[in-house]
Ligand binder design. Structure first.
Ligand code: G3H
Length: 494
């Protein structure tokens, strides 16, 4: 069943052929080529999306620059009103958008609903926070040798045309986290949704369009990374890139982008440290949630747990028991399924299965799961894992968590700090002092004490270091990242 406002996005065939949004209209591509969006649940075709051409991208970017000038001149209040309407549209169509998301990426219903509602809240928050952005004035006489005659008047101005690339695991929310701040601060956007999630991305585009985003300010291009991704990231008309995706793709995109601002959220591969005095129940529960929400397909998921032997001996059986009792693998459309639906593709599941088998050969023990059927992988818990095994060296974007025994905390810290990733880490202890001391030593973006790692609440700063990203997200920080300071120096007359 289609909601009315979305009818113009596609033709009436089954499965539907979607259009791309050229900034003004929903159109088909002159390429005449399409990519199928396959549901990971049953491999049915959700729809096809066009592969846009390089000429279409060139024209879109040119048009985006022209439109941006007028968009920037609108008042902040006017741009904020459009965001408010978009959030309202999103809530109004929550059920429709949720069921589309479930089918398109295989996210369990509860988590898909959360993604839609969180996105609406996020749009609202961006609108409110933007109203409080200010510039500043700095007098010159604070620096030796200068008198009071110079004054720097510093405004925040938009960057121009921003390329926003969203990932399959949050095709709505991690698109909103880019589009909303870019729009409200007066930028134009070229939005590239992921192929799995493209249809949700097109629906999101229509929501912003219906809310009143003017012609040319938001363009949504579809096509695979190999077809249009490289062309987009190295396009001279792009003034900034905001991207979420794997570390590997991020690294390549960053190299091709050249000297423009980047806001990149890449892979995580996050550790959890268990200390002797932790609350075992809370710790085990947080590890289960951290490892298995959305089948571990989150950059903030817990991928390995470090602790001394007595701690692991205590926590591991509890993690296994809670997983058995509360995490159910199955069809994500069923209310029975908790967190573990299908992985996005069979090859993604095969890759992780191969790493599990390799870890087994190297001495790891399967405590739970480990069996793959097609693109479904059982929630899997491994023990006796060592830090040289691929299952923990490379982010495994699936429902697998590994337990690594260490001789002391120094070894745990060294393992974490030697990783090529640096997104988040969790520490479980009842002694905040110990938690803070260890947190200080960890080379990661954010440390959580007594909680699973996560991105939200969305007004907190969120960043990755090393291979996990560049730049800072979070409501206020994303607004800052999508603007720059522009000082104008006034030389006052004597
Ligand atoms: O996959 C990357 C996301 O930023 C994770 O967000 O912690 O809210 O699931 P989340």
């Amino acid at each position: 069943m289609s909601a009315d406002i979305f009818e113009e996005l596609h033709d009436e065939k089954t499965p539907p052929n979607y259009s791309w949004f050229n900034g003004k209209d929903w159109v088909s591509s002159t390429s005449g080529k399409f990519t199928s969006v396959i549901s990971p649940i049953d491999h049915s075709i959700v729809g096809t999306v066009p592969i846009v051409t390089q000429d279409e991208i060139d024209a879109s970017i040119k048009q985006a620059h022209l439109a941006q000038k007028a968009w920037q001149e609108k008042t902040l209040v006017d741009r904020g009103k459009i965001l408010k309407l978009a959030a309202d549209w999103m809530r109004e169509h929550e059920l429709y958008l949720t069921s589309l998301l479930v089918r398109e990426i295989g996210k369990p219903v509860d988590e898909a609903k959360d993604e839609i509602l969180r996105s609406a809240d996020m749009i609202d928050y961006f609108g409110h926070e933007a109203l409080h952005m200010t510039g500043e004035q700095i007098p010159s006489d604070a620096f030796p040798g200068y008198d009071k005659h110079k004054i720097s008047i510093i405004e925040r101005v938009p960057l121009g045309v921003i390329l926003a690339i969203a990932p399959f695991n949050y095709p709505v929310n991690l698109a909103v986290s880019k589009l909303a701040p870019a729009l409200v601060t007066g930028n134009s956007i070229i939005f590239k949704p992921p192929t799995s999630g493209a249809i949700s991305g097109l629906h999101l585009t229509q929501i912003f369009r219906k809310a009143g985003v003017p012609d040319g300010v938001l363009t949504t291009v579809t096509g695979g990374g190999s077809e249009i991704g490289d062309y987009l990231v190295s396009h001279p008309g792009i003034n900034m890139i905001t991207f979420t995706g794997s570390s590997q793709v991020g690294q390549t995109a960053a190299t091709k982008a050249g000297m423009i601002p980047l806001l990149f959220e890449c892979g995580g591969n996050n550790p959890a440290i268990v200390i002797a005095d932790c609350n075992p129940g809370t710790t085990a529960q947080e590890i289960v949630k951290g490892a298995f929400s959305f089948a571990g397909q989150r950059c903030t998921a817990i991928k390995y747990v470090l602790g001394l032997k007595p701690e692991l001996d205590r926590i591991l059986p509890m993690v296994v028991k809670i997983t058995q009792e509360t995490i159910h693998m199955g069809d994500p459309r069923s209310p029975e399924t908790k967190s573990v639906g299908p992985l996005i593709t069979e090859s993604a599941a095969q890759e992780i299965e191969a790493r599990i088998r390799m870890a087994e050969k190297m001495g790891a023990k399967i405590e739970l799961g480990g069996v793959r059927q097609g693109n479904y992988l059982e929630p899997t818990i491994l023990s006796a894992v060592t830090s040289d095994m691929e299952i923990v060296k490379i982010e495994s974007f699936g429902p697998v968590v590994s337990f690594i025994e260490v001789k002391d905390m120094e070894e745990a810290i060294a393992i974490i700090n030697s990783s090529t990733y640096g997104l988040q880490a969790a520490i479980y202890t009842c002694d905040e002092g110990t938690g803070l001391k260890i947190a200080e030593k960890l080379d990661v973006g954010t440390v959580w004490i007594n909680s699973k790692p996560q991105r939200g609440p969305d007004h907190f700063p969120f960043l990755g270091i090393k291979g996990s990203g560049v730049g800072m997200q979070g409501i206020k920080y994303s607004l800052e990242a999508m603007t720059r300071l522009k000082p104008v120096i006034l030389n006052k007359p004597e």
